[in-house]
Design a protein around this ligand. Structure first.
Ligand SMILES: Nc1ccn([C@@H]2O[C@H](COP(=O)(O)OP(=O)(O)O)[C@@H](O)[C@H]2O)c(=O)n1
Ligand SMILES: [Ca+2]
Length: 442
């Protein structure tokens, strides 16, 4: 731990990682105050005491290693927790993060090579975790949409190779340590992460944060309902109970398969679930008029292009996208008056269009995405250095938020990639949950 607290200079090559001590203010419970005083600055600034190292951290520190095998990349998160006293919750002290591209699914026909990418990342954990704690440090990999799209056989052989890498490592390998994650667990992990950041679970305050994640193949929404009405109106399979710290939490959480950004592009083009796409041209008013190109996705080749003769631009594009989204998602009334954290492609597209800064993130209203979509779609020639899908992606994000989930124009979205150098990802919540369920504390 000395390494994490004091030794930031020991290896220049590793300085890029989030190796800085942070103390998550798990005991803070003023989140509702922050929500009601929301401005366009950082939401979390009140939650962090100045950087400091816990006293005697050496004796009460433990680690958890979580791999996020996403459709576009594989990432390792090595978390350090400190348990200051048995009656207090463990505090997150820091994270080491690294990622590689492409994701595991790109190695569908070379599973050993895929597992090798995981091994290289795991070697970082050997350096980061003190040897006497290796046996007490669990290592887990959870795969998301990318592996869900592969055949069962290919996915399983990849998972098997990864499991072998884990077994050969000195770490604790729990049962089911390598798996394809259920979509709602992904959403639950994200919500739990944000609650941990906000000190939610330890306070009396039941206000909560909601999270929105837009992946390649699926999209997730999660929040802790405040009103009985919401629980009554919500289909049972959208509600998940989980036990934590002697309390039961009932979360609204759902993962919509096929509503990720890349799957949505296919749906908008009318190419989803179409057999024999070879040679067929899929056109859309959301694409540059003269465009004709090919796109490889999920092992298929699609030809796509702009509406050469017909209309292009925001209005016709919105109507096209509406068909994919309208009436397809459950719209809980309660979310209209709430603010949400938004990750992944919400973040990436906001960065691509200068709505937020890549490092800083920011707070946006839903209508900011709409305005940007209009600007891009009605001036596609100006954006020809960007992805040809930029207009379609922005319109999809706008329509998903407004017509899909039913958010208001002025609903606030907090786009956050990192909080004090820790990635805002489902992985923190999932690791915390894992450590609790294995009874790993000090
Ligand atoms: N730690 C992470 C994980 C994903 N992402 C972003 O999340 C988006 C979705 O990618 P993904 O590979 O996780 O896809 P899914 O498997 O979730 O569909 C990409 O734009 C990534 O850049 C990120 O920014 N940071
Ligand atoms: Ca993801």
């Amino acid at each position: 731990l000395t390494l994490l607290c004091l030794g930031n200079g020991e290896s220049p090559g590793k300085m890029a990682f989030s190796r800085f001590p942070i103390l998550l203010a798990l005991a803070f419970s003023s989140f509702s105050f922050v929500l009601s005083h929301l401005n366009r600055e950082m939401w979390f600034q009140d939650f962090f005491p100045p950087n400091m190292c816990p006293i005697n951290a050496k004796d009460n520190t433990f680690y958890g290693i979580m791999f996020d095998a996403g459709s576009t990349g594989t990432r390792i998160h090595i978390y350090t927790f400190v348990q200051k006293s048995p009656e207090n919750l463990p505090e997150l002290e820091g994270e080491i993060f690294e990622s590689v591209k492409p994701g595991l699914s790109a190695y569908a026909d070379q599973p050993e090579k895929g597992a090798e990418t995981v091994k290289r990342l795991l070697d970082m954990a050997i350096d980061a975790v003190p040897p006497h704690l290796w046996k007490k440090t669990p290592v887990v990999l959870k795969a998301t949409a990318g592996l869900r799209l592969l055949s069962e056989e290919k996915a399983q052989s990849l998972l098997l190779e990864v499991r072998e890498v884990f077994e050969e490592s000195p770490f604790l390998v729990p049962e089911d340590s390598v798996s394809i994650m259920d979509g709602s667990y992904e959403a639950l992990g994200a919500a739990l992460s944000m609650m941990l950041f906000a000190g939610q679970l330890s306070g009396q305050n039941q206000h909560t944060v909601g999270t929105l994640d837009l992946g390649g193949a699926s999209t997730q929404i999660t929040f802790l309902p405040q009103f009985e009405e919401t629980l009554k109106e919500t289909p049972g399979d959208f509600l998940t109970s989980f036990e934590m710290f002697n309390s039961t939490y009932k979360l609204y959480t759902h993962s919509y398969l096929g509503f990720g950004l890349k799957a949505a592009r296919l749906a908008i083009l009318g190419a989803l679930n179409v057999e024999a796409v070879d040679g067929q041209m899929f056109r859309s008013s959301c694409l540059p008029k003269q465009l004709e190109a090919e796109w490889h996705f999920g092992g298929m080749k699609y030809r796509y292009g702009g509406n050469k003769e017909g209309e292009t631009g925001f209005k016709p594009c919105y109507l096209e996208v509406l068909k994919v989204v309208e009436g397809k998602l459950h719209q809980p009334d309660e979310i209209r008056g709430r603010s949400f954290y938004a990750f992944s492609y919400y973040y990436d597209r906001a960065v691509d269009t200068n709505l937020i800064d890549y490092e800083q993130g920011g707070v946006l209203e839903v209508r900011d995405f709409e305005r940007k979509a209009e600007e891009v779609c009605d001036n596609m020639e100006k954006y020809n250095s960007a992805s040809p899908f930029l207009c379609m992606d922005l319109v999809y994000i706008t329509a998903l938020l407004k017509e899909g989930f039913g958010f208001r124009d002025n609903t606030l979205l907090q786009l956050t990639k990192k909080v004090n150098n820790v990635e805002t990802s489902w992985t923190l919540g999932a690791t915390f949950h894992l450590l609790q369920s294995l009874g790993i504390t000090y």
